[in-house]
Design a protein around this ligand. Structure first.
Ligand code: PLP
Length: 387
């Protein structure tokens, strides 16, 4: 299938077919798992485009073509984890360069920026990107990258991506958007002006909680070459088996996201109307302060919902009282998960910063899965009674 054919196709068709040629030797309809480190060369200096799997691997390339098409981008570059993808993007910069980052990013991203990459001479400024002026005011001549996440984890804050892209580009900086929470089914940042999209493929893209993976998607050839060079040099590549599993996941992304969006909306409405819940954060609710923006840049609102229970004790009883929702970190799989960010995913964020962000000890985050919605709602009702 040529690139131009793919341009015309719709999401569900791309999810299943983009980048998936039948295997030429046997016609196998599924891309084989090329579980190999090296490739035999017919003669010195002659090879078939494949020399060593850190640099080229056909299973990985099948995944990269697929996800690139889903994000509406031209190139995909897969990594061993979401953090490896973000790490490689920041390595496009040099010592002395600056990054403006959303302050409410994934905890591991914040830890990497402040505890690892800042030691190497890259400077980070954190802003509340709900307010575009904060991004604009933080830009310096040395700022080469704006790194945003929308919706954010776990407060579901949004950033206006069209405006952020304008601000970054006025100052010749790149805009990178972590699209893990929305998934390309609900939001395509490249179409809104971003230069790079990154994912923790561990979450919605793979969707079955059985791999750790990451991917970056870009349009520009030059930038892609630079990122491929960094990946080849630093080595954070995913294994072929994990790429294959992720590709199996992306084939049903549209089906899963429809169900996550539906169940997430039902859960958010239920929790918002429940007397034990003090506040419900979900961009699909009319009560979300950025609901208009959500409608303008997203087509669905996922299965990610967070609620304020008012106290650490009530939050603890709630998350320990569910039966279908499993108490666990991570998100985006077919099964429903529940947790307390302050004690789990955001434990590495200093307490004063957590408080400033609204990540209280009473905040509960739900990753609503694709089980029967009636069972999901009954499970929450029962657990809230006990809380
Ligand atoms: C999980 C996550 C990451 C990190 O991805 P890993 O695959 O765990 O390395 C980055 N960003 C967001 C938004 C995430 O949820």
């Amino acid at each position: 299938m040529s690139g131009t054919d793919e341009q015309k196709q719709r999401f569900g068709t791309l999810a299943i077919h983009a980048g998936q040629e039948p295997e030429p030797v046997t016609g196998a309809i599924m891309p084989p798992i090329f579980q190999t480190s090296t490739y035999v060369q017919p003669g010195l200096g002659r090879h078939k485009g494949y020399e060593y799997s850190r640099v080229q691997n056909p299973t990985r390339e099948a995944l990269e073509r697929n996800v690139a098409a889903l994000e509406g981008g031209r190139h995909g570059v897969a990594f061993s984890s979401g953090l490896a993808a973000i790490d490689a993007v920041v390595k496009l910069l040099s010592a002395g360069d600056r990054v403006v980052s959303e302050e409410n990013t994934y905890g591991g991203t914040h830890r990497m920026f402040t505890k690892v990459l800042s030691r190497l001479g890259i400077e980070f400024t954190f802003v509340d990107s709900r307010d575009p002026d904060q991004i604009r005011d933080a830009m310096r001549p040395e700022t080469r990258l704006v790194h945003l996440e929308t919706p954010t984890n776990p407060m579901m804050r949004l950033c206006d991506l069209r405006t952020a892209a304008e601000i970054a580009h006025e100052r010749d900086a790149l805009l990178c958007v972590d699209n893990t929470f929305a998934s390309p089914y609900n939001q395509r940042p490249l179409e809104l002006g971003a230069d790079i999209v990154v994912h923790s493929a561990t979450k919605y893209l793979n969707g079955h909680s059985d791999i750790i993976g990451g991917i970056a998607v870009l349009n520009e050839d030059r930038l892609t070459e630079d990122l491929l060079f960094i990946r080849k040099s630093s080595g954070g590549v995913p294994g072929p088996m994990d790429c294959w599993l992720c590709l199996r996941g992306t084939k049903t992304l549209h089906l899963r996201m429809e169900a996550h969006n539906r169940n997430g909306t039902a859960v958010a409405r239920f929790l918002e109307g429940h007397s034990s819940v003090e506040a419900t954060h979900y961009p699909g609710l009319e009560s979300h302060p950025q609901h208009e923006l959500a409608l303008g840049q997203m087509s669905g609102f996922t299965g990610m919902v967070s609620v304020e229970m008012g106290s650490a004790d009530r939050a603890k009883r709630f998350v320990e009282g569910t039966r279908i929702f499993a108490l666990a970190e991570s998100l985006g799989g077919v099964e429903s998960l529940i947790g307390i960010p302050a004690l789990m995913t955001h434990a590495s964020v200093p307490p004063d910063r957590r408080a400033a962000l609204g990540v209280t000890d009473g905040l509960v985050r739900l990753s609503v899965g694709v089980e029967d919605v009636n069972d999901i709602l009954e499970d929450l009702e029962r657990a809230l009674e006990g809380a």
